[in-house]
Design a protein around this ligand. Structure first.
Ligand code: PMP
Ligand code: GLN
Length: 378
């Protein structure tokens, strides 16, 4: 068979979770909480299932949830999206990103991504004949080199994929970064995907700067988000995309024949749960406490910690322990020391290895304690 993606391997998240299970290791690799979502959310899901909200949802998503999203974005970012024409509920942020790429990328189009980059972007672009042009964020602060970015943009640049707060680095880009990008792309015929799934996990009073705050780009930007992160239900796979009306029309042409609509009772349950805004406004403090707890425990090890400003990840350089490459080190740590993590090379097209691994701290204190005990014995 002539594979469309001949060099693609199983995702690092699946690979490391499998290795963790096989070795009964503590899984700080794949990003998901090991604690329960709020019981009212589960009760609400039950309620809507029993009340017979079990048939197809509207193609664009349940009205109550779309209205909630529009109101939240207006309140937080002062930009108004139209609930009928400019927001669509998706099967997680992954599907939103994949569908946006499918809607705009044609053979030979160039797409800029910032590495380390979430592993979905590159294969999705290549699936539609696009050519990925990676730009490396500068270690250890993961800043953008704007001179390099300008050099990389050509007449063929069709799309820039941006992720803020950034997985895996934990970096938060500032308003100034958004403005620099706006200026660089001003006269270019190019779209943007702004992947903002960790929008409510920002620490130390750092505010999330959504691209929704740059209204001049509204007609050519897809903003993607995930209720999996917002409600501690990664397994529900519900997310959404915002885009200007013309762009959203193209998005929905793909969406309607790929997914059509998203699980109905989940959409009602999420809308109901988020009616109480504390349920998402408390997330920054909740995860900051977990970050502080975990980083404090790591500080007595010889890992060199890379500051985490947002997301539910913190990363560290392990060169004080080993000369192994990052994948081999992460595998050894899982098999011998029973703590699973993610090697950063998985987020680079050329498997660039800076001897850094990523820990997920979205875990109960006892899970973090058990992992820290093992890491402190290395
Ligand atoms: N983008 C980033 C940066 C992610 O980390 C993830 C997964 N956690 C996604 C997109 C996909 O989100 P979802 O699980 O809602 O598909
Ligand atoms: N986004 C999650 C992470 O970064 C993984 C999601 C997945 O397994 N595809 O860990």
């Amino acid at each position: 068979m002539n594979s469309k993606l001949p060099h693609l391997e199983t995702t690092i998240f699946t690979a490391m979770s499998k290795l963790a299970n096989e070795n009964q290791a503590i899984n700080l690799a794949q990003g998901f909480p090991d604690f329960d979502p709020h019981s009212s959310l589960i009760e609400s899901l039950n309620y809507y299932s029993y009340q017979n909200y079990n048939q197809y949802a509207p193609m664009i998503g349940v009205e109550k949830l779309r209205n909630f999203i529009v109101a939240k974005v207006e309140k937080l970012h002062q930009t108004v999206y139209h609930p009928e024409n400019e927001v669509t509920i998706t099967n997680g942020a992954s599907q939103a990103i994949f569908t946006a790429i499918a809607a705009v990328i044609e053979k030979g189009d160039e797409v800029i991504i910032f590495e380390p980059a979430y592993d979905l972007y590159k294969p999705a672009v290549e699936m539609f004949g696009g050519i990925v042009k990676p730009i490396r964020l500068t270690y250890p602060n993961y800043t953008i080199d704007y001179t390099k970015l300008k050099e990389l943009i050509t007449d063929k640049t069709k799309l820039v994929i941006f992720n803020n707060p950034n997985n895996p680095s934990g970096k938060i880009f500032t308003k100034d970064d958004l403005i620099q990008i706006e200026t660089i792309l001003k006269d270019k015929n190019c779209y943007i995907i702004s992947d903002e799934v960790y929008e409510h996990m920002t620490f130390d009073q750092k505010e999330h700067q959504s691209f929704a705050r740059i209204p001049s780009l509204k007609d050519r930007i897809f903003i993607t988000a995930s209720f999996g992160k917002l409600c501690h239900v990664t397994g529900w796979k519900v997310g959404y995309v915002l885009a200007g009306a013309e762009l959203m029309k193209e998005f929905r042409k793909v969406h309607q024949f790929n997914v059509f609509s998203v699980h109905t009772p989940s959409q009602y349950a999420i809308a109901n749960y988020l009616d109480d805004e504390h349920n998402y406004q408390e997330l920054n403090d909740f995860f900051q406490q977990k970050r502080d707890y975990f980083v404090n425990g790591l500080s007595t090890t010889r890992f060199e910690i890379i500051p985490s400003e947002g997301t539910y990840f913190v990363s560290a350089n392990y060169k004080n322990y080993s000369d192994l490459n990052d994948r081999a080190f992460a595998e050894e740590l899982t098999i011998k020391n029973k703590v699973a993590t993610i090697p950063f090379s998985a987020f680079y097209h050329d498997k660039f290895d800076e001897n850094v691994i990523r820990f997920c701290f979205a875990k109960q204190e006892e899970t973090l304690d058990a992992a820290l005990e093992r890491l402190n014995k290395l």
